[in-house]
Design a protein around this ligand. Structure first.
Ligand code: NAD
Length: 258
């Protein structure tokens, strides 16, 4: 049985009730994990208030601001985890960002700054968060990130985010190799397209969803809860022999050639 009782899980990337991270947090909570949640702070505190009231029913024992572009906030996050919990078992990396203009039109139009922003927030952040988590995963652990098919194949408009996801998936392998001797497992979930705040920035996201509904073996796209179930599995001892892998949770779309 999937049981995460006694496990401390830090979940990043909840923005609203459509977020994949929200689906993951719900499934981790249902499996008995003790939750900590981070949010992206803004000047007016709007995100903090929104996420705080959303996650309240899951009674997280930590609720922390963490902009992954701010090394000080990343350090403060893991200092707070250490002070409150002493050890960390599960880290969910479920965040990404690229400028909206870079998620449509010609890929070659991407600016140096747009390229760096996408790679920094969407790929480097896994490295910096894993580095913070590593010394706290003293009884082994599981790190799970979220990727998309556009990191291995060309998907119209996904553009620079595809490059970021390719880097992210390679991060998974290097981190898995480094942390394996410490019994820390690192895996990615490649989710099918889901309507969220982030995906709405990708030009033609509804067309992508309709295409999956027409072509994928299951003839539908996936839900946040289904991705959450897979994340809970990868975070649990049931997946104790799995590391460095990308698990497709996409209604089977990835196997199709036509
Ligand atoms: P979302 O908008 O709900 O989540 C994106 C999160 O990234 C938000 O919580 C946002 O606050 C956070 N974020 C952005 N910049 C940040 C920063 N500098 N520091 C900290 N957090 C920051 O959208 P989502 O679709 O749930 O995205 C979650 C993950 O799932 C992303 O990695 C995305 O690429 C991936 N994914 C999404 C889909 C999809 O179709 N929605 C498919 C496959 C993979």
């Amino acid at each position: 049985m999937l049981d995460l009782t006694g496990k401390n899980a830090l979940v990043t990337g909840i923005a609203n009730n459509r977020s994949i991270a929200w689906g993951i947090a719900q499934q981790l909570h249902a499996a008995g994990a003790n939750l900590g949640v981070t949010y992206l702070p803004d000047d007016k505190g709007k995100m903090e208030n929104k996420v705080r009231s959303l996650v309240e029913p899951l009674a997280p024992s930590l609720f922390l601001p963490c902009n992954v572009q701010d090394d000080g906030q990343v350090t403060a996050t893991f200092d707070a985890v250490n002070a409150a919990w002493g050890k960390l078992d599960i880290l969910i990396h479920c965040l990404a960002f690229a400028n909206r203009d870079d998620l449509m039109g010609d890929f070659s139009a991407v600016s140096r700054q747009g390229f760096q922003t996408a790679l920094d927030i969407s790929a480097y952040s896994l490295v910096s968060l894993a580095r913070g988590a590593k010394p706290l995963m003293t009884s082994g652990g599981s790190i799970v990130t979220l990727t998309y098919l556009g990191g291995v194949r060309v998907v119209p408009n996904y553009n620079v985010m595809g490059i970021a996801k390719a880097a992210l998936e390679m991060n998974v392998r290097y981190l898995a190799a480094e942390m394996g001797p410490q019994q820390v497992r690192v895996n990615g979930i490649s989710a099918g397209p889901i309507r969220t705040l982030a995906s709405s920035a990708v030009g033609g996201i509804l067309d992508m969803i309709h295409h999956v509904e027409a072509v994928a073996p299951l003839r539908r796209t996936v839900t946040q809860q289904e991705v959450g179930n897979a994340a809970a599995f990868l975070s649990s001892d049931l997946a104790s022999g799995i590391t460095g892998q990308i698990l497709y949770v996409d209604s089977g779309y990835e196997i199709m050639g036509m």
